[in-house]
Ligand binder design. Sequence first.
Ligand code: ZN
Length: 266
Amino acid sequence: MESKPKGPAPKHAAPKATAKKGPAPRGRGADGPRRNPPSKTVAPGAAAMALSSKFPPCEKCGKPGPVCICDRLEVMPSKVRVVILQHPQEEDVVLGTAKLVALSLEGAEIIRGITWSSLDDVLGVEGVDKTKWAVLAAAKLPEGAAKPAGPVMMVDRNGQVMSVGRHKLEGILVLDGTWSQAKTLWWRNAWLLKHPRIALTPREPGLYGRLREEPRRDWVSTLEAVADVLPALGDPESTRDQLRRLMRTMLQRARDAVNAGAAPKP
Ligand SMILES: [Zn+2]
Protein backbone atom coordinates (compact mmCIF):
# COMPACT_ATOMS: atom_id res chain seq x y z
CA MET A 1 0.00 0.00 0.00
CA GLU A 2 1.40 3.33 -0.86
CA SER A 3 1.64 6.07 1.64
CA LYS A 4 -1.39 8.31 1.78
CA PRO A 5 -1.33 11.97 1.01
CA LYS A 6 -1.14 14.10 4.11
CA GLY A 7 -4.32 14.90 5.93
CA PRO A 8 -7.76 13.47 5.39
CA ALA A 9 -8.46 12.62 1.79
CA PRO A 10 -10.36 15.44 0.14
CA LYS A 11 -13.77 14.32 -0.98
CA HIS A 12 -13.13 14.56 -4.65
CA ALA A 13 -9.60 13.38 -4.88
CA ALA A 14 -9.74 9.86 -6.16
CA PRO A 15 -7.65 7.74 -3.84
CA LYS A 16 -4.83 6.01 -5.66
CA ALA A 17 -6.22 2.59 -5.04
CA THR A 18 -9.43 3.34 -6.88
CA ALA A 19 -7.96 5.56 -9.54
CA LYS A 20 -7.53 2.62 -11.87
CA LYS A 21 -11.22 2.32 -12.58
CA GLY A 22 -10.47 4.31 -15.69
CA PRO A 23 -10.82 7.95 -16.45
CA ALA A 24 -13.10 9.80 -14.09
CA PRO A 25 -16.62 9.82 -15.49
CA ARG A 26 -16.61 13.59 -16.06
CA GLY A 27 -20.31 13.33 -16.42
CA ARG A 28 -20.33 11.89 -19.87
CA GLY A 29 -21.25 8.25 -20.00
CA ALA A 30 -24.42 7.26 -18.23
CA ASP A 31 -23.84 3.58 -18.83
CA GLY A 32 -21.47 2.89 -15.99
CA PRO A 33 -22.69 1.12 -12.89
CA ARG A 34 -25.05 3.36 -10.98
CA ARG A 35 -23.96 3.99 -7.51
CA ASN A 36 -26.85 6.10 -6.47
CA PRO A 37 -24.95 8.73 -4.59
CA PRO A 38 -26.81 11.21 -2.43
CA SER A 39 -28.11 14.00 -4.60
CA LYS A 40 -25.65 16.52 -3.19
CA THR A 41 -22.73 14.67 -4.62
CA VAL A 42 -24.09 13.70 -8.01
CA ALA A 43 -21.40 14.95 -10.31
CA PRO A 44 -22.15 18.63 -10.82
CA GLY A 45 -20.10 18.23 -13.96
CA ALA A 46 -22.79 15.95 -15.34
CA ALA A 47 -25.41 18.61 -14.75
CA ALA A 48 -23.15 21.16 -16.39
CA MET A 49 -22.68 18.87 -19.37
CA ALA A 50 -26.43 18.59 -19.71
CA LEU A 51 -26.49 22.30 -20.45
CA SER A 52 -24.81 21.65 -23.76
CA SER A 53 -27.67 19.46 -24.93
CA LYS A 54 -30.22 22.05 -23.94
CA PHE A 55 -28.65 25.21 -25.26
CA PRO A 56 -26.95 25.70 -28.62
CA PRO A 57 -23.32 26.73 -28.37
CA CYS A 58 -22.33 30.36 -28.69
CA GLU A 59 -20.78 30.83 -32.11
CA LYS A 60 -17.74 32.55 -30.67
CA CYS A 61 -16.82 30.90 -27.39
CA GLY A 62 -18.59 27.61 -28.00
CA LYS A 63 -20.22 27.61 -24.57
CA PRO A 64 -23.93 26.92 -24.17
CA GLY A 65 -25.93 30.15 -23.84
CA PRO A 66 -26.06 30.54 -20.05
CA VAL A 67 -22.33 29.87 -19.77
CA CYS A 68 -21.20 32.17 -22.61
CA ILE A 69 -18.40 34.42 -21.41
CA CYS A 70 -18.01 36.57 -24.52
CA ASP A 71 -19.08 39.69 -22.61
CA ARG A 72 -16.02 39.27 -20.38
CA LEU A 73 -13.44 38.53 -23.04
CA GLU A 74 -10.39 40.76 -23.31
CA VAL A 75 -7.76 40.13 -25.94
CA MET A 76 -4.28 40.50 -24.47
CA PRO A 77 -0.81 40.41 -25.99
CA SER A 78 1.61 37.80 -24.69
CA LYS A 79 5.41 37.58 -24.85
CA VAL A 80 5.25 34.08 -26.26
CA ARG A 81 2.78 32.56 -28.65
CA VAL A 82 0.55 29.93 -27.07
CA VAL A 83 -0.34 26.90 -29.19
CA ILE A 84 -2.63 24.36 -27.59
CA LEU A 85 -2.44 20.78 -28.80
CA GLN A 86 -5.81 19.35 -27.98
CA HIS A 87 -6.61 15.67 -27.75
CA PRO A 88 -9.62 15.11 -30.05
CA GLN A 89 -11.54 13.45 -27.28
CA GLU A 90 -11.30 16.51 -25.11
CA GLU A 91 -14.81 17.63 -25.85
CA ASP A 92 -15.70 19.26 -22.63
CA VAL A 93 -17.51 22.10 -24.31
CA VAL A 94 -19.12 23.38 -21.16
CA LEU A 95 -16.24 23.59 -18.74
CA GLY A 96 -13.18 23.26 -20.94
CA THR A 97 -10.78 26.19 -20.84
CA ALA A 98 -8.62 25.90 -23.98
CA LYS A 99 -11.02 28.06 -25.97
CA LEU A 100 -10.94 30.75 -23.31
CA VAL A 101 -7.17 30.90 -23.62
CA ALA A 102 -7.26 30.94 -27.41
CA LEU A 103 -9.79 33.78 -27.42
CA SER A 104 -7.91 35.81 -24.81
CA LEU A 105 -4.36 35.81 -26.13
CA GLU A 106 -3.17 37.32 -29.38
CA GLY A 107 -1.77 34.69 -31.70
CA ALA A 108 -2.98 31.79 -29.57
CA GLU A 109 -4.61 28.85 -31.26
CA ILE A 110 -5.93 25.36 -30.69
CA ILE A 111 -4.79 22.51 -32.90
CA ARG A 112 -6.62 19.24 -32.49
CA GLY A 113 -5.03 15.89 -33.13
CA ILE A 114 -3.05 13.07 -31.61
CA THR A 115 0.08 12.67 -33.70
CA TRP A 116 2.26 15.11 -35.57
CA SER A 117 5.70 14.50 -37.01
CA SER A 118 7.29 17.71 -35.69
CA LEU A 119 6.58 21.23 -34.61
CA ASP A 120 6.89 22.25 -38.26
CA ASP A 121 4.05 19.84 -38.94
CA VAL A 122 1.98 21.35 -36.13
CA LEU A 123 2.49 24.92 -37.25
CA GLY A 124 2.46 24.20 -40.97
CA VAL A 125 5.75 25.99 -41.57
CA GLU A 126 9.35 24.91 -42.07
CA GLY A 127 12.46 25.32 -40.00
CA VAL A 128 11.02 26.32 -36.64
CA ASP A 129 13.78 26.58 -34.03
CA LYS A 130 13.06 23.76 -31.59
CA THR A 131 14.94 25.42 -28.79
CA LYS A 132 12.53 28.35 -28.88
CA TRP A 133 9.38 26.40 -28.27
CA ALA A 134 8.84 24.84 -24.86
CA VAL A 135 6.28 22.20 -24.02
CA LEU A 136 3.94 22.60 -21.10
CA ALA A 137 1.75 19.78 -19.97
CA ALA A 138 -1.13 21.21 -18.02
CA ALA A 139 -1.29 18.03 -16.07
CA LYS A 140 1.61 17.96 -13.71
CA LEU A 141 4.40 15.66 -14.66
CA PRO A 142 4.25 12.27 -12.98
CA GLU A 143 5.91 11.60 -9.68
CA GLY A 144 9.57 10.85 -9.87
CA ALA A 145 10.33 13.98 -11.86
CA ALA A 146 12.77 16.31 -10.15
CA LYS A 147 11.20 18.66 -7.66
CA PRO A 148 10.95 22.07 -9.31
CA ALA A 149 12.64 24.89 -7.47
CA GLY A 150 9.82 27.35 -8.15
CA PRO A 151 6.31 27.38 -9.56
CA VAL A 152 7.67 27.40 -13.10
CA MET A 153 10.80 25.48 -14.02
CA MET A 154 12.18 25.09 -17.50
CA VAL A 155 14.63 22.42 -18.57
CA ASP A 156 16.30 21.90 -21.92
CA ARG A 157 16.14 18.63 -23.85
CA ASN A 158 18.94 17.24 -21.70
CA GLY A 159 17.22 18.07 -18.47
CA GLN A 160 19.45 21.06 -17.68
CA VAL A 161 17.64 23.83 -15.88
CA MET A 162 17.21 26.91 -18.07
CA SER A 163 16.68 30.45 -16.90
CA VAL A 164 13.00 31.26 -17.11
CA GLY A 165 13.75 34.96 -16.73
CA ARG A 166 16.17 35.08 -19.68
CA HIS A 167 14.35 32.77 -22.00
CA LYS A 168 14.31 33.47 -25.71
CA LEU A 169 11.19 31.49 -26.32
CA GLU A 170 8.95 32.25 -29.26
CA GLY A 171 6.16 30.03 -28.12
CA ILE A 172 4.86 27.38 -25.81
CA LEU A 173 3.02 24.23 -26.71
CA VAL A 174 0.34 23.28 -24.24
CA LEU A 175 -1.03 19.76 -24.12
CA ASP A 176 -4.75 19.94 -23.44
CA GLY A 177 -6.94 17.12 -22.26
CA THR A 178 -7.43 15.01 -19.20
CA TRP A 179 -4.36 13.82 -17.42
CA SER A 180 -4.35 10.56 -19.34
CA GLN A 181 -5.06 12.25 -22.67
CA ALA A 182 -2.12 14.59 -22.10
CA LYS A 183 0.00 11.57 -21.33
CA THR A 184 -1.07 9.98 -24.60
CA LEU A 185 -0.08 13.13 -26.47
CA TRP A 186 3.34 12.88 -24.85
CA TRP A 187 4.07 9.42 -26.01
CA ARG A 188 2.55 9.71 -29.42
CA ASN A 189 4.80 12.67 -30.22
CA ALA A 190 8.34 11.69 -29.40
CA TRP A 191 9.63 14.88 -31.05
CA LEU A 192 8.29 16.78 -28.05
CA LEU A 193 11.25 15.43 -26.12
CA LYS A 194 13.58 17.51 -28.27
CA HIS A 195 11.99 20.68 -26.97
CA PRO A 196 12.59 22.48 -23.72
CA ARG A 197 10.01 21.52 -21.17
CA ILE A 198 8.17 23.60 -18.63
CA ALA A 199 7.24 21.99 -15.35
CA LEU A 200 4.60 23.77 -13.39
CA THR A 201 3.75 23.67 -9.74
CA PRO A 202 0.37 25.37 -9.70
CA ARG A 203 0.37 28.43 -7.49
CA GLU A 204 -3.12 27.68 -6.18
CA PRO A 205 -5.44 24.68 -6.03
CA GLY A 206 -7.51 24.10 -9.16
CA LEU A 207 -10.55 26.30 -9.68
CA TYR A 208 -12.83 23.52 -10.83
CA GLY A 209 -13.43 22.27 -7.32
CA ARG A 210 -16.47 20.05 -7.35
CA LEU A 211 -17.59 21.00 -10.84
CA ARG A 212 -15.32 18.53 -12.47
CA GLU A 213 -13.74 15.38 -11.27
CA GLU A 214 -10.18 14.70 -12.09
CA PRO A 215 -8.16 11.68 -11.13
CA ARG A 216 -5.48 13.81 -9.59
CA ARG A 217 -6.07 16.55 -7.12
CA ASP A 218 -3.07 18.56 -8.28
CA TRP A 219 -4.44 18.70 -11.81
CA VAL A 220 -5.12 22.18 -13.03
CA SER A 221 -6.84 23.30 -16.19
CA THR A 222 -5.07 24.44 -19.32
CA LEU A 223 -6.10 28.00 -18.56
CA GLU A 224 -4.73 27.93 -15.04
CA ALA A 225 -1.47 26.43 -16.24
CA VAL A 226 -1.03 29.05 -18.95
CA ALA A 227 -2.02 31.79 -16.50
CA ASP A 228 0.71 30.67 -14.10
CA VAL A 229 3.36 30.33 -16.78
CA LEU A 230 2.95 33.60 -18.69
CA PRO A 231 4.00 35.95 -15.85
CA ALA A 232 7.08 33.79 -15.32
CA LEU A 233 7.95 34.38 -18.97
CA GLY A 234 7.57 38.13 -18.71
CA ASP A 235 3.89 38.95 -19.03
CA PRO A 236 2.21 41.11 -16.38
CA GLU A 237 0.33 39.55 -13.50
CA SER A 238 -2.77 41.24 -14.87
CA THR A 239 -2.74 38.70 -17.70
CA ARG A 240 -2.97 35.91 -15.16
CA ASP A 241 -5.68 37.75 -13.25
CA GLN A 242 -7.82 38.32 -16.33
CA LEU A 243 -7.54 34.70 -17.48
CA ARG A 244 -8.48 33.37 -14.06
CA ARG A 245 -11.34 35.85 -13.73
CA LEU A 246 -12.71 34.59 -17.03
CA MET A 247 -12.59 31.00 -15.86
CA ARG A 248 -14.24 31.85 -12.53
CA THR A 249 -17.02 33.64 -14.41
CA MET A 250 -17.55 30.60 -16.61
CA LEU A 251 -17.70 28.29 -13.61
CA GLN A 252 -20.04 30.60 -11.73
CA ARG A 253 -22.37 30.81 -14.71
CA ALA A 254 -22.37 27.03 -15.03
CA ARG A 255 -23.19 26.67 -11.33
CA ASP A 256 -25.92 29.28 -11.55
CA ALA A 257 -27.45 27.59 -14.57
CA VAL A 258 -27.41 24.22 -12.85
CA ASN A 259 -28.87 25.67 -9.67
CA ALA A 260 -31.53 27.51 -11.62
CA GLY A 261 -32.68 24.20 -12.98
CA ALA A 262 -31.44 24.81 -16.49
CA ALA A 263 -30.01 21.33 -16.32
CA PRO A 264 -31.98 18.33 -15.10
CA LYS A 265 -31.83 17.67 -11.40
CA PRO A 266 -30.42 14.28 -10.51
ZN1 ZN B 1 -19.89 33.26 -26.17
